[in-house]
Design a protein around this ligand. Structure first.
Ligand SMILES: [Zn+2]
Length: 126
């Protein structure tokens, strides 16, 4: 999970990565406060878990998109070879189905990611 907070000194974003379902789960693993060092001003401070929030991991989402696009191209090329390149409308339907499957998987995974981010942010620790 990509987690972000704001540096108490310079107000720049501090980003760190932790595997956790929510704040309560993270508190069990590392305690209610996390020590973070700002990469902008090099100040180290303790931040309460309620002051951090999960954010969408764009790198993860872009990597997923890349993998799904590559999978689509590979599927179209390998299955397309067996089908032959014609203007036969059944081939076009097959290719549409081939393209739909990775795209649907991508949408499912991004939706799951968005859900995990909001679940993390929904729970607060005392
Ligand atoms: Zn700072």
């Amino acid at each position: 999970m990509k987690i972000k907070t704001r540096c108490s000194t310079c107000k720049e974003d501090i980003v760190f990565f932790k595997k956790a379902r929510d704040r309560a789960h993270l508190a069990k693993k590392i305690g209610k406060k996390v020590e973070l060092k700002c990469t902008h001003c090099n100040k180290t401070a303790h931040y309460h878990l309620n002051d951090v929030k999960a954010v969408k991991n764009s790198t993860y989402l872009l990597t997923l998109l890349g993998i799904m696009m590559a999978a689509t191209v590979i599927l179209v090329l390998t299955i397309g070879k067996y089908l032959g390149i014609t203007t036969n409308h059944y081939v076009i339907v097959d290719i549409a189905i081939i393209v739909t499957v990775p795209f649907t998987i991508y949408l499912g995974l991004t939706s799951t990611h968005r859900q995990k981010v909001s679940e993390f942010n929904a729970f607060w620790v005392d």
